[in-house]
Design a protein around this ligand. Sequence first.
Ligand code: ZN
Length: 222
Amino acid sequence: MPELTSSAADKIYQDLKKRFPDFSIEEYGKPEFNQAVADGFSDQLYQTQEKAIKEAVKYTNSNVRIDSLPKNEISQVIKRGAGLHSVALKSCLNYYAGQIESGNTKANARKNTNRYIERKYKERSKVLAQDSILNNYRQTEYQAIGDGISQGIFNDVVKIWSSSEDSRVCDICKELDGQVVGYNESFQTEDGRVFDGLSGAHTACRCVIQYIDRELFELGIY
Ligand SMILES: [Zn+2]
């Protein structure tokens, strides 16, 4: 299993910073923070791996153009791409099939596909690292507000699910957007899915939780 070392985390962070200049996090740079990023990364990687492989195998009977490929060639690609999200793995299989279809030798097709898989890994790493960083931020903020409540700085606090409110917001987050619950309560969708807000609703979720003093919230001043 690939490991996200501190220096890898650092590289990803610098890259994120380049792509999103406003992106910053105070805890960044502390060893505990780097460890949290690394832990979150491998947890997520592990969780998606099994699912991705199962789904990739299912694709052999679906719209992926790999019907004509021998099983050992399919398994070579799957082996190399294990750990990728199922959608990315599917596109790797398609990429390989396309290489063969266009008349490339197996060796060249594999070489090009491996390069393609590496690219997909980099993209995936960025998403997971960004998720870990955001989740760390979400959890730190929750903790800080909790400390504020127990120290009497806040009387009572409500939390509001806040999506990015643009066209890329998924249906779950659209439904959760604006939902108001108590500090210790969870958000919920109509069909009963529960979210505590300590992590996103899904991978690459951009939602954050707003914490508002309940008194101000009820007066509409926030
Ligand atoms: Zn979201």
